[in-house]
Design a protein around this ligand. Structure first.
Ligand code: 1VU
Length: 169
C-alpha cells in the first residue's frame, strides 16, 4: 500500500459552476457509504450527500481517488454538527485513515467555533466512536439539538465535545 492522502471539504452550496472533479468524488463517496452502510438505503444516502446543507469531508488518495469520507451537517446557531455518515472503503480500512479523517474534522470545527459533534451510532460503530472521543453521555442540553437532528431507530446518540485548547492533528 502506501501513497499520500489529503482531505478535501466539499460543499455544493456555493458552487455555481460545479467542479466536475468534486462531483465525481462525491459520487465515489456516496458509493462507499452505500456499500459500508447498507441499512441506510442508497436513495437516502444520495439525497443527503448532495443536500446543500450537508458537507462532505473527502479522503483522497494519491491526488485522485476518493476512498472514504464523513458527511456532516453543521447547525451553527445550535453550536454543533451532526455526523451523518462516516466510512472508509473496505480495502483501506484499519490503516488509520478513519482516525485521521475524524481528527481533521475536529480541527476544522475548532476553526469554525463549533465545539460539539453529535451522531447516531450503529451498535457496531460505538467502539470506533469511543476511540475517537465520543461518549454515550450527552452533555449538550436537549433543547440545543432536539428537533434539529434526525433520530434513527436502534442507534445510540453519542457526543464528542471538542477542546478548543487542543489541536487534533
Ligand atoms: O486504534 P485501534 O487500532 O485500537 O482501533 C482502530 C481499529 O482497529 C478500529 N476499527 C474497528 N473496530 C471494530 N470494528 C470495525 N469494523 C473497526 N474498524 C476499525 O477503530 C480504530 C480506528 O481505526 P482506523 O483509524 O484505521 O479506522 P478505519 O480507517 O478502519 O475507519 C473506521 C470506519 C468505522 C470508518 C471503517 O471501519 C468503516 O468504514 N466501517 C464501516 C462503516 C461504519 O461502520 N461506519 C460508521 C457507522 S456509523 C455512521 O456512519 C453514522 C454516524
Amino acid at each position: 500500500s502506501g501513497g499520500t492522502v489529503q482531505f478535501v471539504l466539499i460543499n455544493n452550496q456555493f458552487m455555481k459552476k460545479w467542479d466536475e472533479r468534486y462531483k465525481q468524488w462525491l459520487i465515489c463517496i456516496q458509493n462507499v457509504f452505500s456499500y459500508q452502510l447498507p441499512r441506510m438505503g442508497k436513495d437516502y444516502i444520495t439525497r443527503l450527500v448532495f443536500d446543500p446543507r450537508h458537507l462532505t469531508l473527502a479522503l483522497i488518495k494519491n491526488g485522485y481517488r476518493a476512498i472514504g469520507g464523513i458527511n456532516f451537517r453543521p447547525f451553527i446557531t445550535q453550536g454543533f454538527s451532526e455526523i451523518v455518515f462516516c466510512a472508509v472503503s473496505s480495502d483501506e480500512q484499519v490503516k488509520g485513515y478513519g482516525t485521521r479523517m475524524m481528527n481533521h474534522l475536529k480541527d476544522y470545527h475548532l476553526s469554525q467555533g463549533i465545539f460539539y459533534f453529535l451522531t447516531y451510532a450503529d451498535s457496531y460503530a460505538i467502539g470506533y466512536f469511543k476511540k475517537l472521543g465520543f461518549s454515550k453521555y450527552v452533555t449538550l442540553p436537549k433543547e440545543r439539538y432536539q428537533g434539529f437532528i434526525k433520530e434513527y431507530d436502534g442507534a445510540t446518540l453519542m457526543e464528542c465535545r471538542l477542546d478548543p485548547r487542543l489541536s487534533y492533528n
